[in-house]
Design a protein around this ligand. Structure first.
Ligand code: ADP
Length: 852
């Protein structure tokens, strides 16, 4: 459609009834005499039935005419019929961009892609509700020429095929023509429009008159069309019935258009290096220019004009160039479409992570709530647990499930606030902070950002660093996040933040109350077997380029690896061991084709010796020969079994958590919690002096006050217990004792080892062994009660990992235990107790051997 024609008609309508210029005559000749009257008559409240014509490209504004290609034959036939019946009215509605399409792309093509396949309700859902009442001026082939009369809104569907809808006519809200604010705004629109037209000489002549003659509502419409803005922005102008607001929207679009057009001007005026740079920056902006905030466009223009003032080899040139490089590389207004489908999310979570049913359920709830609210923003999930339990991996899966890009920022090692807030732009090496770097890397403004290690922030004693991270997370602050490098606000409100922490107690308090904590305790052996087999081994094998048929790591070898080499709560260490195995397998497979040493494949032990050292020159030459000649013969499968496991990963490491098979007299096993997860620990009572009336207890000097208190109490309880069970036994009265508590295993100064201490003291006094493979945890009070303890899941997992068969928990922890997954509880003999007598009977039951 020629612009000239469009504006001819627009100027007719814009000029109003009292001033019918010659264009009006032209228009009447072409269309009959109803147009102006239609414009005035519309606005009645009655609904009207019209055929719905989808507009895949720009919306239509009253006063314009346009040819539209109709590809749906049924719709075309219906339009032809109405035209023949002299009822040539139609509703033209812009097609929404398909969900998942990139708004930065030219939207018409995307919207158009499958719109013609849609019918009835489906088609209706893809149309914007507010559209244009249009009159058919003529039909030629599949092209229907329309003139837009006024705004309408869809009320309901009347017919499915071709889609027919009942519409209501929309009127602009009344406004005061003499209002100073409206007048001033319209004046600004006019002057910006003139500026824009100065850069488009082909429109200038036709439009200038329209601008002068248009009333405010029409001026706003005209401005939106001339701004060249994309679908959504124009549709917003179309939907706005408040004239002042419509003028403001248009003004924004025009200003952006102006800023963009300044950039090519600059390109033309400057030297070749500047021209090249400016052209590069402009090209980057082209895709999403409508999404770039006006204030950023203004900064870009200012910087571009500075660029031409500096010599291409000057420091200032490079600084400004870097700045522009960052400015234009950020994904202004580019978002990935968030996916709230919980079934999809479940599939992704299962695909990436084994087990963790309770954690996954919480995440699905989070996504479902996000769906109802329309956003997942505002709530911050924090995954806590020892290293290697999958906190980061779960974060990555959430991003995948929600269709957001993923980026992780480890705050544990940060020491300088500039790493978050950016460096001030003082020299060429200045850079923005991590958050801006993140946006540039992911290329969308709504990634999922994992703040890794928030518990380590507190350790830095750097308040400003902590508060900088807090500002990032705070939904009220982050819409206006200011990076020092840019010095203007950047909107981070669409970023979804997720945090991780090893130790919840170390998370700064200001963070805690904004977060929803989800703890991951660790894995039992069978879970580790699944993770190793289905996830770690698979990904490592693929990373090494080894085919499944070339290798077999037996179940026995994996089990041995888990039980003897990797005692951790998570699987980080297990992953490293599996990688170690596969790297050696890769080397073995590589060597198999070497005819001079066929024995290597059969004897991994020898291979190990060779791998451990550097490859000899001869080896390298041989590898090359193999690759070049592709003379690898039949590859023999490498089998890693329990017998040759040590050849791949060395000898098993000493397990400090399981020192004794049967604890000796005076030793009892307890359960503790550390930053590495749950663990077992041994409490050992020893006699250091003997003699009438020497009864006393000494403790390790570094023991915390709470533990010291519970040890003293344990001594008293043990004495009274001994008196009850063996009244003649004077052991405690005549012995100075030392109670050893391993400090490394009990970094928390807490009282849950109380019952274990009593048991070790009694074992020593009665010279009786404590029941084999028994672990005891519980706090004892002077009133004789056993109080509940924390970390039941972590402690149970640690107990299983270390071969414990029987656990004693306080009764009040029964509920926590019952909630654990069956595979964690399976096969354990668990007792819940209220007083120490019950523990005594289990620990020193009749079948217990004496240690005499
Ligand atoms: P964290 O962040 O807790 O330290 P990671 O997420 O980095 O742990 O996990 C370490 C490795 O273990 C990753 O390769 C991860 O994919 C894997 N992993 C951990 N838990 C699971 C699980 N439940 N299923 C599959 N792989 C897991």
């Amino acid at each position: 459609m020629a612009w000239r024609g469009i504006f001819k008609i627009f100027s007719t309508i814009a000029s109003g009834k009292n001033n019918l210029p010659e264009e009006k005559m032209d228009f009447e000749e072409e269309t009959g005499d109803r147009v102006l009257n239609d414009e005035v008559e519309l606005g009645d409240e009655e609904g009207e039935e019209v055929l719905a014509l989808p507009l895949p490209h720009l919306p239509f504004f009253p006063g314009f005419h346009r040819p539209v290609q109709v590809k749906d034959p049924k719709l075309l036939a219906a339009l032809q019929e109405s035209y023949a019946r002299h009822a040539p009215y139609v509703g033209a509605f812009l097609v929404k961009d398909e969900p998942g399409t990139d708004p930065s792309l030219v939207s018409g093509s995307k919207a158009e892609k499958n719109i013609y396949d849609l019918k009835g309700k489906e088609l209706l859902n893809r149309l914007y509700e507010v559209g244009i009442h249009a009159k058919i001026l003529g039909i030629r082939g599949d092209r229907v020429v329309l003139v837009a009369l006024g705004r309408i809104r869809i009320m309901e569907m009347v017919d499915k095929e071709p889609l027919t809808v009942k519409v209501g006519h929309l009127k602009d809200k009344p406004y005061n023509k003499d209002d100073d604010v409206i007048k001033a705004t319209s004046f600004e629109v006019k002057s910006t429009l003139s500026d824009v037209l100065n850069t488009r000489s082909y429109l200038k002549r036709t439009c200038t008159k329209c601008i002068d003659n248009s009333e405010f509502p029409r001026l706003a419409d005209l401005g939106a069309v001339i701004s060249g803005a994309k679908n959504l922005q124009c549709q917003q102008v179309l939907e706005e019935l408040d004239v002042y607001k419509r003028l403001k929207l248009t003004l924004e679009l025009l200003k952006k258009s102006m800023e963009i057009s300044k950039i090519p001007e600059l390109v033309l005026e400057t030297d070749s290096k500047t021209t090249l740079s400016a052209a590069k920056f402009r090209e980057r902006l082209e895709g999403n220019r409508d999404q770039i905030p006006l204030h950023v466009l203004q900064v870009i223009n200012e910087e571009l004009s500075k660029l031409q003032q500096f010599g291409a080899s000057s420091i200032e040139f490079n600084e400004t160039h870097n700045y522009l490089d960052w400015l234009t590389a950020l994904p202004w207004g580019i978002y990935s479409d968030e996916n709230f489908d919980v079934f999809w999310a479940k599939k992704i979570l299962d695909e990436d992570n084994y087990g963790l049913a309770d954690v996954k359920e919480r995440i699905l709830e989070f996504i479902a709530v996000g769906k109802h609210r329309g956003t997942t923003q505002g709530r911050i999930l924090c995954f806590s647990g020892p290293p290697g339990v999958g906190k980061m991996s779960i974060g990555r899966s959430i991003a995948r499930a929600l269709n957001r890009k993923f980026y992780s920022i480890s705050v544990g090692g940060l020491t300088n606030i500039a790493e978050i807030k950016g460096h001030f732009r003082i020299n060429v090496s200045s850079t923005p902070g991590k958050m801006v770097q993140c946006l540039k890397t992911v290329g969308t403004a709504n990634p999922l950002v994992l703040i890794d290690g928030v518990d380590k922030l507190g350790r830095q004693h750097a308040r400003d660093l902590t508060s900088a991270v807090l500002d990032l997370l705070d939904p009220e602050q982050n819409a206006k996040f200011v990076d020092n490098y840019f010095f203007f606000p950047i909107d981070l409100s669409k970023v979804l933040f997720v945090c991780t922490a090893d130790v919840v107690d170390n998370i700064p308090k200001d963070f805690l109350y904004r977060m929803e904590l989800i703890s991951i305790a660790g894995y039992v052996t069978d879970e580790k077997m699944h993770i190793a087999r289905d996830y770690l081994e698979k990904s490592t094998r693929e990373a090494c380029g080894i085919k499944p048929e070339e290798v077999e790591v037996t179940d026995a070898a994996l089990l041995c690896l888990i039980e003897k080499y990797c005692h951790e709560a998570g699987v980080q260490n297990l992953q490293k061991h599996i990688e170690k195995i596969y790297h050696k397998i890769a080397l073995q497979l590589g060597r198999q084709g070497v005819s001079y040493e066929p024995a290597i494949a059969d004897k991994p032990g020898e291979a190990l010796v060779r791998c451990a050292g550097e490859l000899s020159k001869k080896d390298v030459t041989d590898f090359k020969t193999i690759q070049e000649s592709e003379a690898i013969g039949t590859i023999e499968k490498v089998v890693v079994d329990i017998s040759n496991l040590a050849d791949f990963v060395g000898d098993p490491v000493f397990n400090a958590e399981r020192i004794y098979d049967q604890t000796p007299v005076g030793v009892a096993m307890g359960l503790a919690w550390t930053a590495m997860g749950g663990s077992t620990l041994y409490i050992k009572a020893t006699q250091i002096e003997q003699g009438e009336g020497k009864g006393a207890l000494t403790l390790p000097g570094q023991l915390g006050d709470v533990m010291k208190g519970s040890a003293q109490l344990a001594h008293i309880v043990a004495r009274s217990m001994l008196f009850k069970k063996e009244p003649d036994n004077r052991y405690f009265a005549n012995s100075k004792l030392y109670l050893h508590v391993p400090l490394r295993a009990t970094p928390m100064d807490e009282p849950s080892a109380g019952c274990t201490m009593i048991t070790s003291l009694l074992s020593l006094a009665m010279k009786k062994l404590v029941k084999k493979d028994l672990a005891i945890t519980g706090e004892f009070t002077l009133l004789g009660k056993i109080l509940p303890i924390g970390w039941v899941k972590e402690k149970t997992i640690a107990a299983r990992r270390n071969g414990v068969k029987t656990i004693i928990f306080p009764s009040a922890n029964k509920r926590d235990f019952d909630e654990l997954a069956t595979n964690v509880k399976e096969g354990l003999d668990v007792h819940f107790v209220d007083d120490y007598n019950q523990i005594f009977d289990i620990a020193f039951g009749d079948d217990q051997e004496t240690g005499k």
